[in-house]
Design a protein around this ligand. Structure first.
Ligand code: MD3
Ligand code: FE
Length: 212
């Protein structure tokens, strides 16, 4: 096959409010490799518990790889070229870039891979991803470890939402209409997977950020 058509030739196993999900797209071995790659990133750029602009700690641990990483603190939500410690974000590991190529079909690499760590009880409230400057590129999301109850609405906060349990190895692609959908994680099914050392769930979100 000369061209990468992403997964346009592979049907999503389901859609949740229009968001296509390829369930268990990653083999158990590919999942292991992705987790190992994340743990290497975290040696250089450790997970931090960010605070919202209002000063409230999030329940999710975060780090990033790539040219830029998404952060939040008292100064607001934004992309930065360095971890809060001052070190540059590590490059996105090849095993993770391979998932981007397969899922997005986009030739250029992502600017950023946000890595979210959900231990028991962690959640993420309903929000839009809109700090990227250019919203025409797809976003690729990869679930690893414990199952998570994912909620997706429309482009207005008040819209009707649909929920789906995301399992380890599931991949979702957000593009077009769904790129600005409200979404969040209501809860984690702790202990449902033994993939993540210490337990829990890791989510990778790869994005193109304007200028990077
Ligand atoms: C729908 N992460 O990091 S991934 C995030 O599981 C984030 O950690 C969640 O929301 C998580 O911003 C959900 C699925 C996802 C990711 C990005 C999206 C859904 C999206 C962007 C637009 C619409
Ligand atoms: Fe998001």
């Amino acid at each position: 096959m000369a061209e990468n058509d992403g997964m346009r030739s592979l049907r999503p196993t389901l859609r949740v409010n229009g968001v296509p999900v390829w369930q268990e797209l990653l083999s158990p071995q590919a999942q292991q490799e992705a987790v190992s790659a994340v743990l290497e990133v975290a040696e250089t750029a450790p997970f931090v518990v960010p605070v919202t602009p209002s000063g409230r700690p999030m329940s999710v641990g975060m780090t990033s790889a790539g040219s830029v990483g998404w952060i939040t603190d008292r100064g607001g939500y934004r992309y930065e070229t360095r971890h809060p410690s001052g070190v540059l974000w590590p490059p996105i590991p090849e095993a993770i870039l391979a998932i981007w190529r397969k899922a997005s079909g986009v030739a250029r690499p992502p600017s950023s891979c946000l890595i979210n760590l959900y231990r028991e009880g962690a959640r993420m409230g309903l929000h839009q991803d809109k700090d990227e400057g250019d919203l025409t590129w797809p976003v690729v999301s990869v679930s690893l470890g414990d199952a998570a109850l994912f909620r997706v609405g429309g482009t207005e906060r008040k819209g009707r939402t649909e929920s789906l349990w995301l399992n380890s190895g599931d991949v979702a692609v957000l593009s077009g209409e769904t790129r600005l959908a409200y979404h969040g994680i209501d809860r984690i099914r702790a202990g449902s997977s033994s993939l993540v050392p210490g337990g829990g769930r890791i989510n990778l979100t790869m994005r193109v950020v304007a200028g990077y």
